[in-house]
Design a binder for this molecule. Structure first.
Ligand SMILES: Nc1ncnc2c1ncn2[C@@H]1O[C@H](COP(=O)(O)OP(=O)(O)OP(=O)(O)O)[C@@H](O)[C@H]1O
Ligand SMILES: [Mg+2]
Length: 452
């Protein structure tokens, strides 16, 4: 059920409950009032009639005197008087006042109290005057009063309900907008924003929502870029592997084929010395191919490479580039200590990206790769080159950004600095000591806790 209907239902239930309690209290009060009014009316009437009867002289005029007494109750609001003869028949009866707005029967039944009566004997004891309480006028009075109060309460309830409907509609509309916006975010539309106006508490929620949507949009954009980069890197990697296979393995395969073909004719001519030379040539070609295949596999699976330690992996990396850029001098000074699988791999990626950047963008003559344990126990990895340095107009690539994310997930930091004379670049990363390394989920949890 919508919140609005729930709140309105709750308020309606409260109003009805207070109406019922009020009605019950009013009912009890009316009963007590009627009881009191009837008993005092009968008591006063009884005294009056007794006084009047006491003054009637015995004799023939008695009937007229009694009739005068009984009819004196004509128009009385609470007491009915009757002159009852010895045989039980009613000789004279007073006419109580009739209410202009009589109460409904159900109310008369509801407020019916046991009637009060008083009987006064006339002097010769042949007949009597009976007084009986009549609640009709008193109930009519209660009814008049209740009608007025009911109208006032009804108007009050209607006004309160109308105000609640209007104000709830106003207060809840932004929440409805927020709920719609959340649904859009849920379906992947992060461009949606909500109006930040309204009460301070709600405005704070809207501000928080808008910030969240903006950050989600940025994260998605970043994610998309990283995916694109991943695809590009994968494509480049594939192209490079294809080139390597073509350039490095293809010629040797061809050579093996040629050598293998010559063996049969050589054997026919019994040139055994030449056959031996061909076999050795084939083995040499296969050896070259094995070396290249191993190098390709190591690039594809750094994990395997890291099995032999970061220092060994760094040496292999330097070797890989050295064979392609003989003009560059590579210095490697890396610790053999392991800082945990993830940190070691991230450190290797820093060396890989730093070296690749230096070779691709810097045209250096010297590149130094270093990984060492700091006195604090942290691991420091750096790649320094003496190339052209980062140009002010350098495009914002994704290699360094992705690296920074990868390092941050492990609780580390990364800096890229150009040398003081504007030449050379140092890419430096620091990973916390192994026992303080945190998982990505723990870091995200901490970030959320800090925001709260
Ligand atoms: N050692 C370096 N020497 C000179 N310029 C550098 C060096 N390292 C980075 N840069 C500059 O910084 C830019 C950003 O580098 P980044 O690694 O983020 O991207 P990229 O190498 O251009 O592309 P990729 O996304 O493939 O890594 C480079 O384009 C380059 O201009
Ligand atoms: Mg790069």
């Amino acid at each position: 059920m919508p919140l609005r209907h729930r709140l309105l239902g709750f308020i309606a239930a409260l109003l009805i409950a207070s109406l019922l309690v009020g009605s019950y209290l009013k009912y009890r009060q009316a009963l007590a009032k009627i009881e009191l009014e009837m008993s005092s009316a009968i008591s006063v009437a009884e005294h009056t009639v007794r006084d009047a009867v006491g003054q009637i002289p015995p004799g023939a005029l008695q009937f007229h005197e009694v009739e005068r007494i009984v009819t004196s109750f004509n128009g009385d609001r609470h007491v009915r008087a009757e002159y009852i003869l010895q045989d039980g028949s009613i000789a004279i009866q007073s006419r109580p006042r009739l209410s202009e707005t009589p109460a409904p029967h159900w109310l008369l039944d509801l407020l019916a109290v046991s009637p009060h009566t008083a009987t006064i004997a006339v002097p010769d004891n042949s007949a009597r005057i009976q007084l009986t309480s009549d609640i009709a006028n008193e109930v009519a009075e209660v009814w008049d009063d209740a009608k007025l109060k009911l109208v006032i309460i009804g108007v009050f309830c209607a006004l309160v309900s109308a105000m609640m409907v209007i104000s709830l509609g106003r207060v809840l509309k932004p929440l409805k907008d927020l709920s719609n916006a959340l649904q859009k975010v849920g379906s992947g539309d992060y461009e949606v924003h909500v109006d930040e106006s309204g009460p301070e508490e709600l405005a704070a929620i809207y501000r928080g929502f808008n910030t969240m949507a903006t950050k989600l949009a940025a994260a998605e954009q970043r994610n998309r870029q990283l995916n694109e980069q991943l695809n590009t890197v994968q494509d480049e990697e594939r192209a490079e592997i294809a080139r390597d296979l073509h350039d490095e393995v293809g010629p040797f395969l061809f050579a093996v084929d040629v050598d293998a073909q010559t063996i049969a004719p050589l054997l026919e001519r019994a040139e055994h010395g030449e056959v031996l030379a061909r076999t050795q040539a084939i083995r040499q070609s296969v050896g070259h191919m094995q070396t290249h295949l191993r190098s390709i596999l190591q690039r594809l699976r750094p994990g395997t490479l890291l099995d032999l330690g970061l220092a060994h992996a760094a040496d292999q990396l330097a070797e890989f580039w050295r064979s392609r850029y003989p003009g560059i001098k590579f210095d490697v000074a890396c610790t053999d200590e392991s800082f945990g699988g993830k940190a070691d791999e991230a450190a290797y990626r820093v060396l890989q990206e730093g070296t690749s950047n230096a070779v691709r963008h810097g045209k250096p003559t010297n590149i130094s790769l270093s990984a060492r344990k700091l006195p604090s126990g942290a691991l420091e990895v750096s790649v320094t080159d003496n190339g052209l340095g980062i140009r002010p107009a350098a495009r914002k690539g994704l290699g360094l950004a992705g690296m920074r994310d990868r390092i941050a997930l492990l609780g580390g930091t990364m800096t890229v600095d150009t040398g003081p004379d504007g030449r050379g670049v140092t890419l430096r990363a620091e990973f916390p000591a192994p026992q303080t390394l945190k998982s990505a989920s723990a870091l995200q949890r901490e970030e959320v806790e800090q925001r709260l």
